[in-house]
Ligand binder design. Structure first.
Ligand code: SAH
Length: 452
């Protein structure tokens, strides 16, 4: 076993799923933040575990040509970005490689070198910001957490966020300080303001600020709304969300509109979408369009086809595909998202889409029992992927094709293996980068019934 503080010279050979460099020392794997494959480095061990260790770069002995100077003053300590130290070419290469490796190792299918659609915008691309509030150097503040901790970093101008999000954050911090509003303390479950959630609709410019509080009301609510309106010119909605439970869940169950609309509207793939605070919405507008277009190409629908979209959120993919299909069915667990999806169908004059609020596996089983036989099934699950019963039920529906949109290569690959065992063969895979500078990567895999 390695010992803390020991120094080694070693080479970075690969990356972990969360973007750390991998090296070996005395036969042990060492994970090293801010490292680039191919570099020779001198490292010290900062945390020695049984089978793996965390290291820190002391010296770069041979620099990668992909190394760049970090352009954010917080980058070294902030847990937000993983890749501010490397150029975008290397970031894209490692992301595509990670998806390929997962599919080959865990999915039993090597797709070859995978294409990856890189983003045009590397800064200010996020349409959603969640700033935790807390104390920093004795003052109320908001920002991000230091990597792997809940220590607040008052990142006052995050490079991934747009101007509206950064301005809303500053307005709330100024208001809280001016009015001596207590920010929430996780240790004691005391204090009021917990998080600032800002969502921007790129196409319409509308901004929603949702304040998450450990209580039902804020002092001087309308003064705060006025300040936000002054600082964020396209503000459309201010909402108070009450969350009094201790723990890591950000959102609570209760919402009250303090000013403006209950939801904002965006345009995506030529369709208009209503977005309420609890609905999932992809954080990168331009790249979400690229991703949905790939899903549409892979689905290859015709006007006589039925498509089932499991994990449909506000119906973004369902409605995009409904235009190509005979009928479309969307299933989603969050009732607010399904309410948005139904309104979104009406808003866009789409009358061949139906939506159900249910667990994907249970809904698929019910639809199968009712005789639904979709030609294409699209799934876009959260990171944990599909429960085994979902794969089985989809296979029993016997669709020609399954299009799997994934935000986690490891669970995607596990599920591809399950689909293969159920008679579906992977045909194509592509990656889309929705999260420049961060380790997450989206991918789409097309599978078809063996023999087709
Ligand atoms: N396809 C949508 C949403 C994808 S995110 C889009 O691109 O916008 C995954 C969605 O799955 C979330 O909306 C989440 O609420 C939903 N979800 C999570 N668990 C679920 C389950 N067991 N059954 C159905 N939906 C679920």
């Amino acid at each position: 076993m390695l010992k803390n503080n020991t120094v080694y010279e070693t080479e970075i050979t690969d990356y972990t799923a969360d973007g750390m460099g991998i090296a070996h020392a005395d036969g042990c794997a060492v994970f090293i933040p801010n490292a680039i494959a191919g570099e020779r480095v001198r490292i010290s061990i900062v945390h020695a575990g049984k089978n793996k260790a965390i290291g820190k770069i002391e010296d770069i002995l041979e620099r990668s040509p992909h190394r760049i100077v970090r352009d954010c003053p917080w980058a070294k300590i902030c847990g937000g970005c993983d890749f501010r130290h490397m150029d975008y070419a290397e970031e894209l290469r490692l992301k595509a490689q990670r998806v390929r490796d997962a599919l080959a190792r865990l999915g039993g299918w090597d797709p070859g070198e995978l294409p990856i659609a890189g983003a045009k915008r590397l800064t200010g691309y996020r349409n959603k910001a969640i700033f935790p509030m807390g104390m920093y150097k004795g003052k109320a503040d908001a920002g991000f957490y230091r990597a792997r901790t809940h220590d607040l970093i008052p990142a006052d101008h995050c490079l991934l966020q747009n101007d509206a999000a950064n301005a809303a954050r500053q307005a709330v911090v100024d208001f809280v300080r001016e009015n001596h509003v207590r920010v929430y303390d996780e240790g004691t479950n005391a204090g009021l303001l917990r998080h600032i959630f800002v969502r921007t609709a790129d196409a319409t410019g509308q901004v929603m600020v949702c304040l998450i509080a450990n209580g039902d009301r804020l002092p001087k609510e309308q003064e705060l709304c006025k300040l936000l309106r002054d600082r964020v010119p396209t503000l459309a909605s201010v909402i108070l969300c009450t969350n009094t439970r201790p723990g890591n869940a950000i959102m609570g169950e209760k919402f009250r509109t303090l000013w403006g609309a209950d939801a904002i509207e965006d345009e995506l793939c030529g369709l208009r979408f209503r977005l309420s605070p609890r609905s999932f919405y992809q954080v990168n507008h331009a790249q979400a369009e690229v991703l949905y277009e790939k899903a549409r190409t892979f689905a290859g629908l015709t006007k006589s086809d039925t498509v089932l979209d499991l994990y449909c959120g506000t119906g973004t993919i369902t409605l995009h595909l409904a235009r190509d299909a005979g009928q479309a069915v969307g299933v989603e667990l969050v009732d607010a998202a399904i309410a948005d999806a139904k309104q979104n169908a009406v808003r866009n004059g789409i009358d061949n889409a139906r939506f159900f609020c249910a667990d994907a596996g249970q809904a698929a089983q019910k639809l199968l029992d009712e005789g639904l036989r979709p030609d294409v099934v699209v799934v876009d699950p959260p990171r944990k992927g599909l429960a085994p019963d979902v794969v089985e039920t989809i296979a029993r529906m016997n669709p020609d094709r399954v299009v799997y949109v994934s935000c986690d290569p490891a669970t995607l690959a596990r599920d591809v293996a399950r689909f293969r065992a159920s008679g579906y063969a992977p045909q194509r895979a592509e990656c889309v980068d929705l999260f420049p500078r961060c380790a997450h990567v989206e991918s789409v895999v097309l599978m078809s019934r063996a023999g087709l």
